[in-house]
Write a protein that binds this ligand. Structure first.
Ligand SMILES: [Ca+2]
Length: 289
């Protein structure tokens, strides 16, 4: 399989007791063998899918008013959530301080209508809803991974390690993933050289030869997320209460994950993203069982 890695089945310790409540408890989980994409689906790969199928992504369609009761009609236009760095420290409890609903933002226009993906063909595709990821997977003859498959793959054979590469964040000073260094959401020290997404395979692979299993973009999985009252830091929704859409588990953390706010560029980390959410820091990869 081109650009895929075959993993044997196995039993591993899933989850972590050392970080956030939604990752607990650590438990033994067994997965069957499967193939997994070597890196997240890129802009170039997604473009081939759109050209072949004419697929129109969720973010390119106007939201249906019935799905968003109380929404300002002016907001019911195609668009997506774009990250905007703040000019200084802000209240970290309110994601509106850095997430901006942006009409015209979509996978071809990641920062809004005046932006494009020129030069970013090898970056992970973003602004894709769960249904867009599933449509791509079906077209490619693949599937979205379960959370267990994703975490098993991301651990790269390291039992219970904090990161996909071991215990130390930057061994010998080497950056191992595209995360956020500095004080989120205003100070990005760029020790890893990238403020937004980065080309896939920029950082070293994990023990299974898989790239970008931590940082860069969160990745959709096929699993439902049971809301446990945990704080949804990385997964803003256009509506918080009485959500019209279920949440799916996303994994891997992103270029927006910073230790002062969201230390989630780890295999055990997980968030629940409403399936209609599209943002500049969520993408996906596929598996074949
Ligand atoms: Ca970065």
């Amino acid at each position: 399989m081109k650009n895929m890695v075959e993993l044997p089945g196995g039993t591993f310790r899933m989850g972590s007791d050392r970080f956030y409540p939604e990752e607990r408890p650590v438990r033994e989980v067994t997965v069957e063998g499967f193939h997994v994409d070597r890196h997240p689906v890129t802009v170039a790969e997604f473009r081939r899918f759109v050209k072949a199928t004419g697929h129109v992504t969720w973010a390119e369609k106007a939201p249906v008013a019935d799905d968003y009761p109380g929404a300002d009609p002016e907001d019911l236009v195609p668009g997506s959530l774009v990250f905007r760095k703040s000019s200084g420290p802000v209240d970290l409890r309110d994601f509106r301080n850095w997430w901006s609903w942006t009409p015209g933002a979509d996978w071809r226009h990641p920062e809004g209508p005046d932006s494009n993906v020129g030069g970013r063909e090898q970056h992970p595709v973003t602004h894709v809803a769960c249904s867009d990821a599933a449509a791509y997977a079906a077209w490619a003859g693949k599937s979205l991974p379960t959370e267990a498959e994703w975490e098993y793959a991301s651990r790269g054979g390291l039992d219970g390690a904090t990161f996909t590469w071991g215990e130390e964040f930057a061994p010998k000073g080497r950056m191992m993933a595209n995360t956020w260094q500095g004080e989120f959401p205003w100070q990005n020290l760029l020790l890893d050289r990238y403020e937004g997404t980065s080309p896939v395979e920029t950082y070293p692979p994990n023990g299974y030869g898989l790239f970008d299993m931590a940082g860069n973009v969160w990745e959709w999985t096929a699993d439902d997320f049971a809301r446990q009252g945990s704080h949804m830091c990385c997964a803003p929704s256009r509506q918080e209460d009485g959500e019209a859409f279920p949440r799916k588990v996303i994994k891997g953390g992103s270029h927006l994950c910073a230790p002062n706010y969201c230390l989630r560029y780890r295999p055990a980390a997980r968030q629940g993203e409403t399936v209609d959410s599209t943002t500049c820091h969520v993408g996906f990869r596929c598996v074949i069982r």
